[in-house]
Ligand binder design. Structure first.
Ligand code: FMN
Length: 166
């Protein structure tokens, strides 16, 4: 079986919780790792890589990603299947909702990955997001601040969507 790793950045625990739930629902023994603790081999040893981040500041990646993103650029992701998820607050940060997911998508694409797992924006309400391309989110968008009760079902649907490709 191909190996899967989930690498995430989280400050207050929401993206961490999402990463754990994704792993549970995948049910394939995926490794879960904080971006701050990740290293080169966490990219090279896995075929499938799920990258996640909450969004902070004015639409920025969560802090732990700043140290690891250069490693993705350096190592590259060609031949890898990648999916991305983002956690944000669509009401309070309506102009930058889950922008960090857009950054992860761009980094993965530039590194040569085959990125899967885009989702509909139906059911969300925000002005702008760099994580929307061609009218769809580039990955799974979550909002624990306003729509926490929807997270479990959103994760389940997304995992069902990406699982056949992993
Ligand atoms: C100071 C601050 C800035 C934030 N900036 C954004 C933002 O630009 N876009 C967004 O979608 N969410 C933003 N958020 C919301 C967080 O991403 C959200 O609360 C998330 O659930 C935190 O996840 P974490 O616990 O994994 O870090 C911000 C929150 C705070 C407190």
């Amino acid at each position: 079986m191909k190996k899967t790793i989930i690498i995430y950045g989280s400050t207050t625990g929401n993206a961490a919780s999402a990463a754990q739930t994704i792993a549970e629902k995948l049910g394939n023994g995926a490794t879960v790792k904080e971006a701050g603790a990740a290293s080169k081999s966490d990219l090279t040893d896995f075929d499938n890589i799920i990258l996640g981040s909450s969004t902070w500041g004015d639409g920025e990646l969560q802090d732990d990603w700043f140290g690891f993103l250069p490693t993705i650029k350096e190592v590259g992701l060609s031949g890898k299947t990648v999916a991305v998820f983002g956690v944000g607050d669509q009401f309070s940060y309506s102009d930058t909702y889950v922008n960090a997911m857009g950054e992860l998508y761009d980094a993965a694409t530039a590194a040569g990955a085959n990125v899967i797992g885009s989702t509909s924006t139906d059911g969300y309400s925000f002005n702008e997001s760099t994580a929307v391309r061609d009218g769809k989110f580039v990955g799974l968008a979550l909002d624990y601040d306003n729509q926490g009760v929807l997270s479990d079902d959103r994760i389940a649907a997304w995992v069902a969507q990406i699982s056949p490709s992993l």
